[in-house]
Design a protein. Sequence first.
Length: 718
Amino acid sequence: MTWLRAGPSARAVALWAAAWIALICGFYYRQIWRVVVAGLWPWPMLDGPRDASLPYVGEALRSAATSIVTSAVLVVAAVVVGLTIIRVGRWELDGAAERLPVAASLGIGVLAYLGLALAALGAYRMWVLRAIVAGIGVAVLVWTALARPTWRRSRMPRVTGTDRVWLVVATLPLGFALWAALAPVVDYDAVWYHLHFPRVFLAHGRLVDLRAEYVSLYPMMWELWFGYGLAVGGATTATLLHSITLPLTAMVVFAMTRRYAWPASPWFAAALFLTTPTVLWDATTPYVDLAFTLHVAVALVALLRYHETERARWVVLAAIQLGFALATKHVGLIVLAIVCAGMLVARWQTGRRPWPAFRVAAALGAASLLVPLPWYIRAWQLTGDPVFPELFGIFGAPADRWDEQTRAGLQRFFARFGRPRTVLNQLTLPWDMTMHAERYAGTLGPLFLALVPLALLRLWRSSDHHTRRDRGSQHTLGLLTAFAFAYLVLWASPLASFQVRWLLAVTPALAVLAAAGYERASASVAETGSGAARALAAGMAVLLVLNLPPFTPLHEHERRDWDSGAGWLSHVVHGMPLVTVGAESREGYVRRLVPTYAAWTAARPLLSPAARVLTWSGGDHFYATESRIWVFTPAARAAATAPPGDERRAFELLRRLGITHILIDKQFLRANAYDPSFTWESFALTNARTVLAHYERQYEDDRAVFYRIRWDSMPEDR
């Protein structure tokens, strides 16, 4: 069995690696002939009117300058707060690549929780948040003037050889992300609640429970941080606060690769992470998946450092970051379960003593849960479910907020993603989610599947012939592999949804493993000839570039309409918005992409403070009025679904809800996959006879219509 102990030969590894990479990438880009040869590639990929005169360039430049400056001020404030906490916690971080993301993540969390404390006092107001940021700025200036600190310059490793290529490639997605993030916010969840709720909180000075929105009781730490962006600069500033998590998380990937995957290139790992299509897309919008990923990545760094040093301070940092992750998304509970179980097993194997290992794992879990506890208590007090609506089957909920029919509707939405969870489908999941990414609402590209398995070759080596650093690196890569595998298993279980966005938390670990796999393949190929190694590096550079937005059509394998060139792969950047450079007005851009924006703009001056709008629309909340209720909420569903002939009961239900107006997105039925047999004539509240008899049309265009209910026309009011 000497061959097993020594591992495969360099030539065998080179041949196997080249064949595997060629198979994955060749099959992944199998539709390239349809895009290029058939002329279906819209080049360049630009979104908006192609007006070379750029009539709105002044507006675009003013918006960009304001947003960049204000977001930079807020990020610097967070970093200053975080650096102070790092000094108090005495965490010895390895250079700027670790210090900056750890400081920023700590500072963001602390400022967000300061916002939560202000909300508890009814003082979460724009002027208060501005004063806090200004106060931090003044404190920094005074400290700089009086203490005259000597700033330590962190030495970055020299960039040589192919690392120069990876560095150049890594700068490209940062430019694309900034370009797209400077456009007005139009993405569904961002408009629905990531920005809508902090806007409502700022208006009231406190947390507000909008009972018609089930997301109202989600943990909203990052939404409170977005509130700083809204207060200081506006919606685009809030977007950039999320965009900054892209380079910050890339720094964590860089640091982990440099420390734990040597001699793999940290520049390659960072470039791979930055160019991952759905990761890049998430940085262009104020969602929170990439923010969640940042906290998980920093927690992994802290846990690995604890595994090295056994110093309790690293467990404290990990607990804080896991707590911030839990206060960002409920899926953090999956991460917490994995790391606590991993901590128990790792410490048990190291010390051979179960009780101390259990104490450390239990302390990590308990401390992590303390951070999101205010959010869980809030949800429990209002619904009886601390993680509402996730455990409805166990805890139940008030009937007007959530019921079995609503739960089933959400499950049908989740069932649209992926494939049925059969044994065969689960075994082939990594292949299917890569090669049929449309089923999973996003793509990671082909390189993770091509390179991560090659990292296993690095573990297949005899520790007798390598240094302690090599053995430590192998052990750490094994831990990262275990974390990635466990997360993938739980993501694939009924506990989660088959959406790639939910998988982003594991991409930093996958990037480190992929860099290790590429290093192993490159080293083996180099032994067969220098030309082959250069060819492999050139191929990798091309594949990284193909992950970027201009090449999105190459990632769409199952287009619905190839003739018109309309793709349906979601959560990727399809086109760079020309509004950012002034080819289109910002108002026109939102009006074009949010179907009901014009209707809400016209309706807002017509609404009294007591008005309430029933809407057949979604993804427009940030541009709408707070006093709205949509037809899917249990409280309104009976009225909205009432058939013709049942108008009296439907209007009586509306009267109880205080509904005064109705807004209809004309594409609502098709967008929500209603059976084609259903039309607006299929409902008591929207058929032509009801409209004529009881509504006053106050606005209409080709996309939406807005009515006032004429309550004096009702028979019982005559």
